[in-house]
Design a protein. Sequence first.
Length: 232
Amino acid sequence: MMTRQKLFVLEKRILFIISRVKVPAIAKKTFDQLSHVPEFLGVVQFILDKISRVSSPIKRASIIHKAVDEFNAEVFAHPLVQQFSPCKVGCAGCCHTQVSVTSDEAEVLAERVKEGLQINLDRLELQSKVSEESNTFYQLSYSDRRCVFLDNSDACSIYEDRPSVCRTNAVLGDAQQCLVSGETQQLRLVKTSKADMVIYASFLHSKESGSLPFMLMKKLKEKSLSVVSQSA
Ligand code: SF4
């Protein structure tokens, strides 16, 4: 249980940091709605404490992904979600939308490319130039918005290492709604409140964050990686 003083200090710390970072919209909305509830603010504090003691970006990302998965496991196992969520392998509507990542997550993705995973570099470059803003990203055609990690069977080629935002993407209702024009669709999302608080904490902690294409391209350039382009 958090004391009132601890809550006050944490709120001040968050207000200071939030002026400098761009948190994914859904995580921010959840935080704004639930940060007054000690149980939820406690998740943010717990995660910040945990990752601030870890120096490896890969390990920090792994801690975040594990926490997101643990909180999501119960939500996704709920009978109503099981019955009404159409999300499944090969349904890749949400992989044509804007995905934000932390610097740690971009490091994980760049490592996978460094290990030899082939991606479409031309598409990554195109996306990296426009993906920071919704209005320019959603002007791209559906095929140009395709995530570079989607394989030929529309499955995520880095599933175990996928960003935390991807891990919370699940809808209720008709999957056809996901397949047309991205953000303009009124989708009913599965509520993943505690996982959202984990994501919020990870973006607060991150020195830098941004869209997946932009951050990945930046990391690849930093590592001076030669990336092989393919048509997936
Ligand atoms: S990283 Fe994987 S899950 Fe996330 S948008 Fe890309 S293909 Fe989809």
